[in-house]
Design a protein around this ligand. Structure first.
Ligand SMILES: Cc1cc2nc3c(=O)[nH]c(=O)nc-3n(C[C@H](O)[C@H](O)[C@H](O)COP(=O)(O)O)c2cc1C
Length: 201
């Protein structure tokens, strides 16, 4: 994976839903491709990184996710940081995983954290906003919020990997979702199941 995706940064937000392995792998792949990343991790996002991946701090995250020369990390409490600005060039934003709390806030346009504000900006600027929720089952409120966001232009991409490619490892399940996220950002990466002449590989 080399530099095919240079250009404006992707904003990657990590929130406190189960699914930290998706975030770690997504950051690793973006770094491997040389895609600039603006990284924002909520307080509970850090907790899930710790509980699910044993990642305690930025140093541990760096050690797991390759070349950080194009990564800029922002404090989720800093609502005035670059990702909060519509005039800052961006190729889109991914919230992965996306908690139902953050999803609800984005659906209401509350902008009370940098993550919420950056998502609000992505919507108003008509840039890709990909939300990767993880909850089961969904309540009516969850579903209404997702419908509202989908109508507003976001892509709701649940962390629901398929099994038709017969995954045998957690890494394969993770890559299934990461490949779908990258496809929605218009980024090609040679991961996840491949399609050939109408058949599933
Ligand atoms: C261990 C743990 C697991 C959680 N798993 C989920 C989850 O899968 N989905 C979800 O929507 N919220 C989950 N939550 C709840 C959110 O973390 C909580 O609503 C939090 O306020 C979200 O804040 P954030 O979106 O700013 O990270 C979990 C919380 C903890 C502590």
């Amino acid at each position: 994976m080399t530099g095919q995706a240079e250009g404006a940064p992707v904003t990657l937000a990590v929130t406190g839903a189960s699914g930290a392995p998706y975030a770690v792998r997504l950051l690793e792949v973006l770094n491997g491709l040389g895609v600039p990343v603006r990284l924002i991790i909520s307080k509970t996002g850090w907790r899930l990184l710790r509980e699910e991946e044993g990642i305690e701090d930025e140093a541990a995250l760096r050690a797991r996710t390759g070349d950080w020369s194009r990564v800029l990390r922002y404090d989720d409490a800093d609502r005035g940081a670059t990702p909060a600005s519509g005039s800052a060039a961006s190729r889109g934003m991914v919230v992965c995983p996306c908690s139902m709390g953050t999803l609800a806030s984005i659906a209401q346009g509350t902008s009370r954290s940098l993550i919420e504000r950056a998502a609000d900006v992505a919507l108003k600027e008509r840039r890709p906003l990909i939300l990767v929720p993880r909850e089961t089952p969904y309540s009516v409120l969850h579903l209404e919020n997702m419908l509202r966001l989908s109508r507003a232009g976001a892509v709701v991409l649940p962390a629901s990997p398929g099994f038709y490619h017969r995954p045998r490892t957690i890494a394969e399940l993770v890559d299934f979702i990461v490949a779908r996220i990258l496809a929605h950002l218009g980024i090609e990466a040679e991961i996840g199941p491949r399609w050939k002449s109408g058949e599933r590989e």
